[in-house]
Design a protein around this ligand. Structure first.
Ligand SMILES: Nc1ncnc2c1ncn2[C@@H]1O[C@H](COP(=O)(O)OP(=O)(O)OP(=O)(O)O)[C@@H](O)[C@H]1O
Length: 301
């Protein structure tokens, strides 16, 4: 079976500047894949290519993007295969949520049931006002409803957590987890990395229009983690100076602890013993996705 999404050798240029440079990756079934990168890395440009939107006129295009083995234009019933949540809603402000979704459903030859289900799914059944009066979170829910309309197997979501309140974020995480656990595929871009880390099975990291990492989230954390150990001792200044002389980076933390980067816990204990300082606490801190991402970007600079 082909992968849920295959992207191969995508290139894009805007105004003489390369925005995507040989972008290739795959998104498997049954998993949530995070598409991460700094502002302007090229995430939206890539996602739009996957979903067959090349609205940004004049951009020379090259490469292949396939969903469930086919280019978007060749999908027989695209809405049942692929759902897309854009970063901005792009709805007529005078319409209601139901009218907006009905127009999408009509284009996709879906019945009114699909609209009702999608509104219910995202918790907007009671939202009868016009879209212009919607909060940011309601707009985001409506954009997500558009992606869910045809009950597709592949979801491509551009910053879907943006604007959602904590309950909405929890709901979306659970909804996406269920989708992947039922065998579907999710590709989503996001910036609040630590919040979504538990949801992400895989990570594709894009920087300056190039894929710099593709693989399991755990592997990303391992390979880009600058490990930190929280340390207490009976003589912190003396220990800090000795650790510094052994190449570690040391930062003072609230409560008298020091955060040490660049040495393992055992090495720190040995340095302490060598300078006659009794180390009383060594707590390795688990690396967060945002810290690993920061380290990955730092390495690329
Ligand atoms: N229509 C356009 N004309 C000119 N440049 C564009 C156009 N669309 C995108 N770009 C440029 O392409 C680069 C990548 O943009 P893109 O929106 O894909 O990044 P992104 O990773 O999604 O960023 P963000 O996290 O801020 O949403 C940016 O430098 C952007 O300015």
């Amino acid at each position: 079976m082909s992968a849920a999404i295959e992207v191969a050798a995508l290139h894009a240029r805007f105004a003489g500047r390369t925005v995507l440079d040989d972008v290739s990756f795959t998104v498997p079934w049954g998993a949530v894949t995070g598409f991460i990168g700094v502002n302007g890395a090229g995430k939206t440009t890539t996602l739009r290519r996957i979903v067959g939107l090349d609205g940004r006129q004049g951009a020379p295009r090259a490469g292949i993007a396939r969903v469930a083995g086919r280019a978007f234009e060749q999908l027989v019933d695209p809405c049942s295969v692929l759902g897309y949540c854009p970063d901005a809603l792009g709805a007529a402000p005078g319409q209601s949520a139901a009218q907006h979704l009905e127009a999408l459903a009509l284009r996709a030859r879906l019945g009114r049931d699909a609209t009702r289900r999608a509104l219910d799914d995202v918790g907007l059944t009671g939202a009868t006002g016009r879209i212009r009066s919607f909060s940011l979170g309601m707009r985001r829910r409506l954009a997500i409803a558009g992606a869910l309309l045809g009950a597709p197997r592949v979801l491509v979501l551009d910053e879907p957590f943006d604007g959602l309140d904590p309950a909405g974020r929890r709901w979306l995480s659970e909804r996406l987890r269920e989708h992947a656990d039922r065998g579907g595929a999710v590709l989503l871009s996001a910036h609040a990395l630590d919040e979504i880390e538990p949801l992400l099975d895989r990570v594709v990291c894009l920087h300056d229009g190039r894929v710099r990492f593709e693989g399991d989230t755990e592997a990303f954390l391992r390979s880009h983690a600058a490990r930190v150990v929280l340390v207490r001792s009976l003589d912190q200044p003396r220990l800090a100076a000795a650790l510094g002389a052994h190449g570690a980076t040391v930062h003072a933390r609230a409560g008298g602890a020091i955060a040490v980067r660049g040495l393992e816990a055992l090495e720190i204990a040995r340095v302490g013993a060598a300078v006659d300082v009794l180390v009383t606490e060594l707590t390795p801190r688990r690396t967060t996705l945002s810290a690993a991402f920061g380290a990955a970007i730092e390495e690329l600079r």
